[in-house]
Write a protein that binds this ligand. Sequence first.
Ligand SMILES: [Zn+2]
Length: 436
Amino acid sequence: MKPLVSLVLIGLSISSFASVKIQEELYLPSQRPEVVKELIDAGTIEIDHVTSEGFEVYGPHGVAKYLDSKNIVFFDMKAIRKHSLSGYPSSAQIAEKMIAAAAKYPKIMKLINIGKSVKGKDLLVMKISDNVQAEEIEPEFKYISSMHGDEITGRELTVKLIEEIGQKYGSDQEITELVDNTEIYIMPSMNPDGSDMKQRGNANYTDLNRNFPDMTRDTESTTAGRQIEVQNIMKFQATRQFSLSANFHGGTIVANYPWDSKYDVHPLDSFVKELSLGYSELNPEMKSSTEFPGGITNGAAWYVVKGGMQDWSYVWHNDLQITVELSHQKWPDYSEIPNFYKNNRDSMVYFMKEVHRGAGFKTLRPNTSGIVEITQNAPVSKKMGSFAFKGSEFYKVMPEGDYTFKISEKNRSPRTISVRVEKDLIQPNGNFITLD
Ligand SMILES: [Zn+2]
């Protein structure tokens, strides 16, 4: 019993948002999470990617020793990964590729540095749009990949996507129309230290996807005490008006929709399911999943994640986000990347276009802020809730229908506008209404 006692003590001494130190990365085959329930409950370990085949366990030094003492079979994922790591670019080389793309396509690409990682690496986001240097009134979309440093497939795919957009802009109608009417932000590597160390956590061995504010335990979205990569994402998001996004992971193949942190039904449940199915349907391997019907899953129904980015982005920023798991192997053989790109390319383009399923407004007076109360009038009459807006701009991704926005600003009597959301319609004005 001794190892358990010491592990539990580690668990109990951790900080208020329960960040588990990830120094050991293990895979437990053919077992259910109940076998390590005590460690999960004590906050000593976290588990991920639960399937009928097994699940992953992350925790501090001592977990392997403890499992051994309990005769629980496990594999060391880091040891397995060491055999198949070659061929991939380093984080520095990924940064070089992004710098090169921004230099090659300056009309539509602008590289943004949103801050540093623990080890001082630049956290780079590519903005892609026509008139890219300007702030335009267009729906804002984002992709973020590889916040788990060892889930590398998405980093490669998002870089390829950036390059393809650059090459095809001006000649491919679908890409050109998308770029001309959208502000797209793509971040291939949210955790460059982790990717270079070929591990899940950042350089402080912390899981960034458990480190965000969580609606089930936090009342405010504050950066204090969080990992620097998470803080930088939070500050960046606060400066933008993203309304649709996805973050890429690996370890299985599925599109995961909110909520992750609780079992309640998301207010846009059937809509976000439809968007996730849309992603899956264009990806033959995801669509034909035997583990997940249709290649999609609700987050909490799969396993509960607290402190994830997906729920945080909707709760505090009205940015509807899904989590896409791209490959069964977190770090597949590098030669397989072109095939993963082939399987995901159309899905990735489709999902970006879906940001146009929405409506918004822009006020001409600078820096106004307030509250928007949204009511759906057709096809059904329904209250959608109240949402904050800032920076004179508001946009929300929603299912097709007719809506009323009641806009309340400081020092101004409320006003009401009517908007219509249509499916598969990219509008030159992004479906924004201009107000005085
Ligand atoms: Zn992940």
